[in-house]
Design a protein around this ligand. Structure first.
Ligand code: ATP
Ligand code: MG
Length: 415
């Protein structure tokens, strides 16, 4: 992608109406555009990051046998009345049309996925089933001040699992713990993310949350560094601590962001819709369910919160919008010819490259913008690099670059 034709531009000044670091940096870099509090559009660079995360999650969901769907955002009011959540869910957006008919704007999809499945299953032979989607959710969040961390419209991966025995459910639930760890590792925040024990309300003994440590986090967790076990503030009771073999005095208090969670739903949603099957003896039973969520926008915001410095964002290679930022410095014809040659070779080698080919922009400005955008590698072509025999290559995390030839550059970057 040539930066000269990229319609977004970076901004030097922080937006005045944002208090969170993630929104500030993402808006300044032109990754997202704010529409209203908690509502953002993805622009070309931001969408590339979102798609990378989406693909990592999709790969991991498919590996465990997930079947992808895309469910509707408009959801029948009757379904929400059946589960009692039309009244009970305080952050539900209710929309009505000209005829006065009301629908819910989906904050989650149990009320849709269960009635769908009811049309297709009846026998114990149909199980287990894992259904997931990656889709927008809508929630009337009161405090939408944390940028991408708490949206009113936000992308979520939600998976729903369906089982005929508690044992089968638990097997899958435990497998999902590892899948989630893999996802957060692949996205680049594995080293800061803990699986925490959270109280699961009346439906299960525990649910599990995946919490990434950062001073900006809204949640408080307690980490046992020796065992890497963590618990949420709400479950810090003596009973829970002894069950988990934890000593209160050894726990370290940390602020954290919940990037994902997994839940044992039991029959909470299958019961109201009578989602059932017959066993080999012909007896009818209600289906058991689990659900598994990850916020994609929240994940982007979290990466920016935890992996940035005073100059800007530092994207992990796995989710960076481009692998390489190629900068042509100076407006001489020779530099432009050389940089274009390098750009074309990189493209032929299928390396994702953003090419700052703009004329009349100072070296200082190009460097500052490159740091803000946070692409993992930066290659500079200037009269100096040419006189030293090549291209100056540097990682976003390094202070000093080294001179490499085009062949060496290709070797380093080919995935
Ligand atoms: P929170 O306690 O932060 O409000 P939640 O318990 O409401 O989260 P779930 O309904 O379980 O969250 O949603 C699953 C995942 O979706 C969360 O783990 C989080 O990553 C993401 N998520 C939830 N609410 C938001 C939001 N308002 N903006 C962005 N992501 C969100
Ligand atoms: Mg919530």
């Amino acid at each position: 992608m040539r930066q000269s034709i990229l319609f977004t531009k970076t901004r030097k000044e922080a937006p005045t109406d944002e208090v969170s670091k993630n929104a500030e940096l993402l808006i300044r870099g032109g990754f997202i555009h704010k529409e209203l509090a908690g509502v953002y559009s993805y622009l070309p660079l931001g969408l590339r990051v979102l798609k990378k995360i989406e693909n990592i999650i999709r790969e991991e969901m498919n590996k465990v046998g997930g079947q992808e769907v895309l469910m509707s955002s408009f959801q029948p009011k009757e379904n929400w009345e059946k589960t009692g959540r039309w009244e009970a869910m305080g952050d539900l957006y209710k929309v009505s049309d000209a005829s006065g008919r009301e629908v819910a704007l989906g904050p989650t999809h149990e009320e849709i996925v269960v009635p769908i499945l009811k049309n297709y299953i009846s026998s114990h032979k149909d199980f287990p089933i894992y259904i997931y989607q990656i889709q927008n959710k809508f929630r009337m969040e009161l405090r939408a001040k944390s940028g991408m961390l708490r949206g009113r419209e936000f992308m979520m991966k939600d998976m729903y699992s369906f089982h005929i025995s508690q044992e089968d459910f638990e097997k899958f639930y435990n497998q999902m713990k590892d899948v989630y760890k893999t996802i957060f590792k692949r996205v680049g925040i594995g080293h800061l993310t803990y699986m925490t024990f959270a109280s699961g309300g009346t439906f299960s003994k525990y649910s599990h949350e995946f919490q990434t440590i950062t001073p900006f986090g809204e949640d408080t967790i307690y980490v046992d560094e020796a065992s890497s076990i963590a618990v949420n503030k709400e479950v810090l009771s003596d009973e829970v601590l002894s069950q988990l073999n934890l000593v209160k005095e050894k726990l370290v208090e940390e602020k954290a962001i919940e990037v994902g969670n997994i839940f044992d739903l039991k029959t909470k949603y299958s019961e109201p819709f009578d989602l059932s099957y017959t066993d080999p003896k012909g007896e009818k039973h209600i289906v058991l369910m689990g659900c598994y969520g990850i916020g994609l926008g929240r994940l982007i915001g979290t990466v920016v919160e935890v992996l940035s410095d005073d100059k800007g964002i530092i994207w992990p290679e796995s989710i960076a919008p481009y692998a390489l930022h190629l900068l042509a410095l100076g407006d001489d014809e020779e530099i432009s010819i050389e940089a274009n040659k390098v750009y074309e070779s990189l493209q032929k080698a299928n390396i994702e490259v953003l090419f700052d080919d703009r004329k009349g922009v100072s070296a200082g400005e190009k460097f500052a913008e490159s740091d803000l955008l946070g692409i993992p590698h930066r290659a500079v072509i200037s009269s100096r690099s040419l006189s030293e025999g090549g291209i100056e290559l540097k990682k976003r995390t390094e202070n000093k670059g080294k001179i490499v030839s085009l062949n060496e550059l290709l070797k380093i970057l080919v995935p």
